[in-house]
Design a protein around this ligand. Structure first.
Ligand SMILES: [Mn+2]
Length: 472
């Protein structure tokens, strides 16, 4: 069997065999939407394969966190959505006989060191930032772990949520190895792929809010303009309100009505002078989870991944995991309340950046939020600020915030245009942080680091120099 990603099939089989030999497994995963779905995919697969396990989450897998894991009694540790970047630390523990690692990850591996059971798309010539997520790598492993009479393809739904949570669909859909996973999800009847308006909130937002908050493609007079959005909808020849006079959501419209609304929106964008290339971005490939109820966050993969982020960023990985594993009662209620709070914090964070502005260096721009923005969301805020008038075009954004330990968390966001021009934020974060006694890594387009207090200035100088070299 080739599995969903043929390049990884043999190696996934070897990793699965190693797990089957284990008496019990400690599953350690990252705390974000991709990490939570990775853990859900892996834990479902372990359970179905009748391999005993326990699950732990870490925000950051540093030397201390790995040492804590090593101090447990587990002889086999399955790392999902992290582990590759910490291969040097992990390999030391392996050599010391502390545990045998199995890794399903998609981040850049630490250099000059390798371990036997290391499932990472980057080792097989695939792109880890755009083609396969941590949940995707875990899914490949899950397929290899399938019992003789079992079928783990239903887990593709969660793998797709993870990929979208890591923004791997940001150029209009999922492709590469991810497409193979989508195809299996479709075959299994858990995922539906379609072409639709690429606006966040199709399942849950009332139409005026849907349009008003759609700011990826800015439409003058509608984006960030409640009255404008309502006026636009009122002038359409479409029933945008239900029998009780309440605004409908996108999912409440018929296909014909959706098409009518989408075309009207595009005409309006063209008339307002939005560039053709941006107008194309209004429509793209979307993914629906067919087993979830219509009109819920869980039905749409991007809303699902945001819901998970809202649990993860507030140290409630347990809530996010429970939702992934099927809890539709208390955990889902709790997740929804966390999401409300998360939204408010993001909007306050972006407001803060707009008010305080960014500082511009030769090759990058940055802001230091101190303790004004929670360190777990400062990266999202930085991403939201890219492309708004709060930041400059064509330069990566670095965001600083204090973390609980009194260190400084750095998040960086670029664009795919910058990456094509040579930007690799993973290398920038790693080298600049290590130069000041910290550590970091991630992806070329988005990466992070933790640095000691008082080193921000030196860090910026070093990062600015490296970005300059990359883009030269
Ligand atoms: Mn990930």
């Amino acid at each position: 069997m080739d599995g969903p990603v043929p390049e990884l099939a043999d190696h996934a089989e070897a990793c699965a065999n190693r797990l089957r030999e284990a008496d019990s497994v400690l599953l350690a995963s990252h705390i974000d939407a991709d990490g939570l779905t990775s853990a859900a995919v892996a834990s479902s697969a372990l359970e179905r394969a009748e391999i005993p396990f326990e699950t732990v989450f870490c925000r950051q897998l540093d030397a201390d966190a790995v040492a804590e894991i090593a101090a447990t009694d587990y002889e086999t540790v399955l790392f999902t959505d992290f582990g590759s970047g910490q291969l040097d630390i992990i390999a030391e523990h392996e050599a010391a006989g502390d545990f045998t690692p199995v890794i399903a990850d998609h981040h850049k591996p630490a250099e000059g060191v390798e371990t036997e059971h290391h499932l990472n798309p980057l080792r097989f010539g695939l792109n880890g930032a755009t083609e396969l997520s941590g949940a995707g790598a875990s899914y490949v492993l899950a397929r290899a772990l399938e019992p003789e009479d079992g079928d783990n393809r239903d887990l593709a739904a969660l793998a797709v949520v993870g990929a979208v949570g890591d923004m791997q669909d940001s150029d209009g859909g999922l492709h590469g190895a991810n497409a193979g996973i989508v195809a299996e999800g479709v075959e299994a009847g858990v995922v539906e792929e379609g072409t639709d308006l690429l606006i966040y909130g199709r399942q849950t937002r009332a139409l005026p809010k849907l349009l008003q908050y759609a700011t990826d493609v800015r439409i003058p007079g509608i984006s960030n303009n409640e009255a404008g959005a309502i006026e636009f909808l009122t002038e359409l020849d479409i029933d945008c309100r239900d029998d009780e006079g309440e605004w409908k959501r996108w999912v409440d419209l018929t296909n014909e009505e959706r098409q009518g609304l989408a075309s009207a929106l595009m005409r309006r964008a063209i008339a307002s002078g939005v560039p053709a290339a941006r107008i194309d971005d209004l429509v793209g490939t979307t993914y629906v989870l067919t087993r979830e109820d219509e009109g819920t966050e869980l039905r749409d993969v991007s809303e699902f991944s945001t819901l998970l982020n809202a649990t993860a960023r507030y140290d409630r990985a347990d809530v996010g995991l429970a939702v992934c594993l099927g809890d539709r009662d208390r955990a889902l209620d709790r997740a929804r309340r966390l999401l409300k709070n998360h939204r408010m914090n993001l909007s306050n964070g972006l407001q803060w950046v707009k008010e305080h502005g960014v500082k511009v260096e030769d090759n990058l721009q940055w802001f230091d939020a101190g303790d004004e923005i929670r360190e777990t969301i400062v990266g999202i805020v930085a991403g939201m600020a890219v492309g708004t008038n709060a930041t400059r075009n064509g330069m990566p954004v670095l965001a600083f915030a204090e973390n609980e330990d009194g260190d400084v968390k750095v998040s960086s966001r670029g664009s795919y245009v910058m990456v094509r021009n040579g930007l690799d934020l993973s290398a920038v974060m790693r080298a600049a942080s290590r130069a000041v006694g910290g550590d970091g890594g991630g992806h070329d387009v988005a990466a992070g680091a933790t640095i000691p207090k008082g080193t921000v200035e030196a860090f910026i100088a070093e990062a600015d120099r490296i970005v300059g070299e990359q883009l030269a």
